[in-house]
Structure formats: C-alpha cells, structure tokens
Design a binder for this molecule. Structure first.
Ligand code: UTP
Length: 289
C-alpha cells in the first residue's frame, strides 16, 4: 500500500533576481497575484490536496513570510472594532502555527540543496514539493490531480507540460518510455538540455511528489546544470529503484518567476474572479483600443 502524502516542502530561498528591485527586501513569494501572495496560493493548493505539514525553506530576508502566516494583533483588533468581519477572516486564514515550519537554507546552492535541507522534516515518508512561483489555475488544484495519479502509479510523480523545443534549456525534460496521453512513464529526466539534446519536449513544472530515497543522492551535494545542486539529478539517480511518471495536469500554468508570466497570472486570476471579471475585462479592452 502506498503511504499517504502528508508533508509538503516549499522552497522559497531563491534570490529572485528577475524581480529586482521589488525583491530587494521582499521575498519573491510575497508578490501578490491580485490580492494574495504567491506563497498563500501554494499553501492553499497543498491543503486542498490533503497536506497537513508544511516546511518552508527560507533564506535571508524572508522574515516577511513568517509574519504573513502569523497573527497581526493590532490589525485584527482594529478590524474587529470596525466590524470588518470579512477582512478579519481573511487575515486570520492560515494554517495553525504547529503546521508550518521554517528552515533556513543559508546558502542558495540550488533547488536540490533546498530540498535536502528538509530531510529531517520529511524523514521516511513520501512528500510533495511546490515551487510557489509556478502557478496553475485549475478547477481541481494541480497537486490534487497529482495525488490521484500517485494513487495509481506510486513512486515519483512530477507535473509536466509540453514546451516549444527552443525552451527545453529552461526546464527539466523527461525521456519518455511510454505515454497514454495523461501519464507518461519516464526512463530518464535531464535538467535544462539544449534543444538539440532534449529527449522530448515534456517539461517538469514546479510540482513533485517524491519518495524519500532522493535524499541519499542529495547527500552527495553533486553540482549539476548551472553549477547548482539540482533536484532533477537526484530524481534521475533514483530511477533504477523508484519509477518516475509525469502527469499532464489540467489547467493553465503561469511562470510567475518571469515578469511576463507574473503579469499574465494577475490578469488570468482576476478574470477568473466573479467580483473582478467585468471591471478587468473593460480595463483590458480600453488598453487595447
Ligand atoms: P529560480 O530558478 O526561480 O530562482 O528558483 P530564484 O532565485 O527564485 O529567481 P531568479 O531566477 O533569481 O529570478 C526556483 C525555485 O527554487 C527555489 C526558489 O525560491 C524558487 O522557488 N530555490 C532556488 C531555493 O529555495 N534555493 C536555491 O538555492 C535555489
């Protein structure tokens, strides 16, 4: 029987250089899409998928994240006194304190290293990884979709989507053994291959369900593409013992680590909201005149 996935690791220790100067003092994950920071969308997606314990891998200057998931007594009291109950509910809407833990990465040595920092939190259970700057707008959250796939195939499961061949050098790319159109079984995975070397155009996005076996490889701290310790390399190293499947998720993905993706996400999430759709549509039409 497959062990239930109860824990999620959310790496947020990157420098966010593409968003400077906004990210000089503020973590990228606090950037809002409409009115909620990226990190909150990620936590909500994980909770909807049944995750009970979270670990945020943070770095210097990330204290705002801890503040966001904590009580803001003055604000709460003021809202209470003013009878702003809807807003009060909003600012109190975060997991109980014992559910979120924080760990400093100390040095941004790469995504694989960030995940390695969570080894004592994860211990011997399967776990989820969400990169908060990858957003998927979907009726059923991307991680929930992956949980369903995981119940079918077990092992390591990643969310995948097709990318243009000229973009393969931005992603982890699957070497596909078989594919039923929904789930692809991989015989390999390579980080950021050049378009001419890419084994396919099926790219991994920031959602993973992983077996703890990857820590044995991450322990070696081997550097990969870009001189960083890559999570993809650890997944590839366990392929002999842990099968890897890619799930083609349903939904619209936004790379909020890039400026264009972030702007597009704001527009799409606003258009998906009943309270904003009409005004935003009008504003866009006005701009495009
Ligand atoms: P990115 O490649 O987007 O890097 O990291 P970044 O530093 O966040 O942003 P840019 O490229 O400088 O603009 C992908 C994910 O991995 C995390 C990031 O926080 C992000 O969620 N990460 C990356 C770490 O937690 N630690 C690292 O050492 C590297």
């Amino acid at each position: 029987m497959k062990t239930r996935v109860r824990k999620a690791v959310l790496p947020v220790a990157g420098l966010g250089t593409r968003f400077l100067p906004a990210t000089k003092c503020m973590p990228k994950e606090m950037l809002p899409v409409v009115d909620k920071p990226l990190i909150q969308y990620a936590i909500e997606e994980a909770e909807a998928a049944g995750i009970e314990q979270f670990m945020l891998i943070t770095g210097r200057g990330k204290n705002l994240l801890e503040d966001h998931f904590d009580h803001a007594f003055e604000l709460e009291r003021t809202l209470e006194l003013r009878g702003r109950l809807k807003e009060l509910e909003m600012v109190r809407d975060f997991p109980e304190p014992s559910k979120i833990q924080y760990m400093r990465q100390q040095q941004a040595l790469g995504l694989g290293h960030a995940i390695w920092c969570a080894r004592d939190f994860v211990r011997d259970e399967p776990f989820a990884v969400i990169l908060p700057d990858d957003m998927v707008l979907a009726e059923t959250g991307c991680l929930s979709q992956m949980m369903e796939a995981y119940a079918e195939v077990g092992g390591n499961v990643v969310a995948v989507g097709e990318v243009p061949r000229e973009h393969t050098n931005r992603y982890g790319i699957l070497d596909v053994e078989s594919d039923d159109g929904r789930i692809a079984k991989a015989r390999g995975v390579v980080e950021k291959p050049a378009p001419e070397d890419a084994p396919s155009t099926l790219s991994v996005i920031g959602r993973y369900i992983l077996q703890p076996d990857i820590f044995a490889h991450l322990d070696k701290k081997q550097k990969g593409a870009g001189g960083e310790i890559q999570l993809t390399d650890a997944i590839a190293a366990t392929l002999g013992t842990v099968p890897l499947h890619g799930l083609r998720y349903q939904g619209q993905r936004f790379d909020c680590g890039s400026k264009a993706g972030f702007v597009a996400a704001n527009v799409a999430y606003a258009l998906a909201r009943e309270d904003m759709e009409k005004d935003v549509r009008l504003a866009i039409m006005e701009l495009l005149k």
